[in-house]
Design a protein around this ligand. Structure first.
Ligand code: GDP
Ligand code: MN
Length: 397
C-alpha cells in the first residue's frame, strides 16, 4: 500500500522531519483559499500515485491568486497518466539551492534494510542508480540494532552532501529509518530533500556566514507500507481507505477481490496464481514489452471473475493489448473460455487485442470454446506473450 504525498508528509512531519506548510484541496475554490492563507509563491501538486508529476503537468507554481486559480483549474480533474486528479496539495513553494535524495528500502540481495543518500535528487533515482550507481551512497542496517548515528553520518559524508546541512540530513535519514522500521514500511523516500536558501539574503547582508543559514525540507514524500503488516498499522490503514477513493482502478480491484498492482507499461496481464502472473510479467519484459499491471484472478476463477478481470484491464487507459495466461488446476479451461467469450461478446467492438494461452485442466476444451473472432489463441506462453507485445507495439507504431 502506498500513501499519497500529503499523507506521507503528515507521517514524516509528525516524526519531526521538516515539510512545507501545506493544505489539501479538492476544489478550485478551496485551493485558492489555501494559497491565500499560506502565502505566495505556492506549489500546487496533483495527489495521484504516479512519479514524474512535474513533467506531466501535475505540479505548478503560482505567484498570485489568479495563477493559483489557473493552476488548480488545470490540475484538478486532469488525467495524469491514466489517473484522474481529485485532490491537490497546495504548499508553500520552497526556494532551494539544491535537491538531495534520501531513502530506505529492503535490499533483498543482502537480506537487510539499506539507507541511501544522493546529491542527485529531484530526478528519477532509478535512472541514477542505473547510469551512475556510485552517485548513491548506501548503508546497510542491522534491524536488530537499528541505524546508528555514525552510520547515518557516514552515508551522508560518502554521498558528498554539503557540510552545512550534513547534520540535518543525517538526522532526517535516521528518522526515516525509524519510521520505516516502526511503521512497517517497504519503501520510504524523500526526493527531493531540498536544501533551502531561505535566509541567505538576510544573513548575507548582515555579513554573517551565509552557509550557516541553510536548511533542508522534504519537498516530496513517499511511504509504502507492507500490506501484510497493515493490520498492526491501523492509522496507516485508515489513510489507505481515504486514498483509494481517488484511484478508480484500485477501488475496482478491491471490489472484485483481486490481487492487483498497477504498473507503468501497456501490456495488460491476467493470470491465475501469483507465480504464474510474475512469470508472465517477466516474459513480457523479456520480449521487449512493458507490463501494465499484475492481476491475479486466483484459483477456481469462474466466468464472472474472468469478465471482471477483463473489465479491469480494459478500463486502464494505458493498456494497449492483453495477455491471458491461465493454468487450469482448480480453474478449468472451459470455464475460463466461457468467461472470456461472455465478457467480450458484450462489446460491439473489442477495445484492445486479447491473446489467450490456456494450459492444464480442460485446456483443449477451453481452446475449442474460445471465439477466435474475438481473441487470438496461442498454444504456448512464449507465443502468447510475443503476440501481445507485438499488438501493443502496433498500437504505438
Ligand atoms: P514528482 O516528480 O512526482 O516526484 O514530484 P516532486 O514533488 O518530486 O516534484 C518534482 C519537482 O518539482 C522537484 O524536483 C522540484 O524541482 C519541483 N518542485 C516541487 N515542489 C516545489 C517547490 O515547492 N518549489 C519549487 N521551486 N520547486 C518545486
Ligand atoms: Mn519526487
Amino acid at each position: 500500500m502506498r500513501l499519497h504525498e500529503y499523507q506521507a508528509k503528515e507521517v514524516f512531519a509528525d516524526a519531526g522531519i521538516p515539510t512545507p506548510d501545506a493544505q489539501l484541496a479538492e476544489t478550485v475554490e478551496a485551493a485558492v483559499d489555501a494559497a491565500e492563507s499560506i502565502g505566495y509563491p505556492v506549489a500546487i501538486k496533483a495527489q495521484v500515485h504516479v512519479g514524474g508529476r512535474g513533467k506531466a503537468g501535475g505540479i505548478k507554481l503560482a505567484e498570485s491568486e489568479s495563477e493559483a486559480r489557473a493552476a488548480a483549474e488545470s490540475i484538478l480533474g486532469m488525467d495524469l497518466k491514466g489517473y484522474r486528479v481529485s485532490r491537490v496539495l497546495v504548499e508553500e513553494a520552497v526556494d532551494f539551492v539544491d535537491e538531495l535524495y534520501v531513502g530506505v528500502t529492503m535490499d533483498r540481495g543482502e537480506g537487510r534494510p539499506v539507507a541511501m543518500v544522493s546529491t542527485r535528487g529531484g530526478v528519477n533515482i532509478e535512472e541514477v542508480a542505473h547510469e551512475d550507481p556510485d552517485a548513491i551512497a548506501r548503508e546497510h542496517v542491522d534491524p536488530a540494532f537499528g541505524m546508528h548515528p555514525f552510520q547515518a553520518r557516514k552515508a551522508v559524508y560518502e554521498a558528498g552532501v554539503d557540510r552545512d546541512v550534513a547534520g540535518d540530513v543525517a538526522s532526517i535519514l535516521q528518522t526515516l529509518y525509524q519510521l520505516w522500521d516502526e511503521r512497517d514500511g517497504s519503501d520510504a523516500e524523500i526526493n527531493p530533500l531540498m536544501i533551502t536558501s531561505a535566509e541567505r539574503d538576510a544573513a548575507g547582508s548582515a555579513g554573517d556566514d551565509v552557509r550557516a543559514e541553510r536548511g533542508v525540507i522534504a519537498a516530496d514524500a513517499v511511504f509504502n507500507v507492507d500490506d501484510d503488516a497493515l493490520f498492526r498499522q491501523p492509522e496507516l490503514a485508515a489513510m489507505e481507505e481515504a486514498a483509494s477513493e481517488g484511484d478508480a482502478l484500485e477501488a475496482k480491484a478491491d471490489e472484485y477481490g483481486f490481487d492487483y498492482v498497477r504498473l507503468s507499461g501497456n501490456v495488460g496481464i491476467i493470470g491465475n496464481g501469483a507465480g504464474l502472473v510474475m512469470t508472465t510479467l517477466d516474459l513480457v519484459d523479456h520480449y521487449g514489452g512493458s507490463p501494465a499491471n499484475f492481476l491475479d484472478v486466483g484459483g477456481g476463477a469462474k466466468a464472472q471473475r474472468i469478465a471482471n478481470a477483463l473489465d479491469m484491464v480494459f478500463s486502464d487507459e494505458n493498456v494497449d493489448s492483453v495477455v491471458f495466461n491461465i493454468f487450469g488446476g482448480i480453474t478449468r479451461g472451459d470455464e475460463v473460455a466461457n468467461g472470456i467469450n461472455q465478457a467480450l461478446e458484450q462489446f460491439d467492438e473489442i477495445p484492445k487485442e486479447v491473446v489467450v494461452r490456456l494450459a492444464g485442466t480442460n485446456a483443449e476444451e477451453g481452446m475449442a470454446i474460445l471465439n477466435e473472432d474475438l481473441v487470438t489463441v496461442e498454444d504456448t506462453l512464449e507465443d502468447a506473450v510475443k503476440r501481445a507485445v507485438e499488438y501493443a507495439q502496433e498500437v504505438n507504431a
